[in-house]
Design a protein around this ligand. Sequence first.
Ligand code: IMP
Ligand code: MG
Length: 175
Amino acid sequence: MTLRKPGQTVLSAERIQTRVQEIAAQISRDYEGKELTLVGVLKGSYIFLADLSRALTIHAQIDFIGASSYEGSESTGRVRWTAEPASSLRGQHVLAVEDIIDTGRTLQAALERLKAEEPASLRVCALLSKPARREEAVKADYVGFEIADRFLVGYGLDYDGWHRQLPYIAAMDGE
Ligand code: IMP
Ligand code: MG
C-alpha cells in the first residue's frame, strides 16, 4: 500500500498558532482564580493540547481519555474507549479538549463519560468544528475554526494513523 499524501493547506501553522493563543487567553480569563483540569481526547488532541496548555496563564492539570471511532477515513459510528482518566475528576473544573467535532458522537460519548466523574464544571474546547456533519446536538464552548466538510490531516489529525505531526492542516481530497 502506498501512503496517500496530504493535499492543499487549509490552515497554516501561523493561523493555527494565532488562534490557539487567542483561545488560551480567553480560557485564562474565564477560569481566572480557578484551577483547571484539561482532559485531552486522544489521540487527535495531543498537539493542540500541548500548545493550548503552554499558552495558559492559569494553573492547570493535564489528563487524557482515549476514544477511537474511525477506521481509515470512515467513522464507524461507535466510540471505543482506549484510555480512562488516570485520576479522579470529582469536584474539578474540567475542560475537555478535542481536535475536531464532526458528527459529534465522540464528544457526546466523552461528555457522558466525564459527567460520570462528577466534576464541579465541564466545558469543551475543540480546535475544529464541521457543523454541516453534526448528528448529535453537542456544542463546544471554545472553537478554533468552523470548517467545511473536507477530510483534514495534520496538527494531530490523522488519515489512518498518518500525518498527525504536520504543523499545519491540509485536506486529503484532491491532490
Ligand atoms: P465525531 O465522533 O464524528 O464527531 O468524530 C470526531 C473524531 O473523528 C475526531 O476526534 C477525529 O479523531 C475524527 N475526525 C473527524 N473528522 C476528521 C477529519 O477531517 N480528519 C481526521 N480525523 C477526523
Ligand atoms: Mg482520529
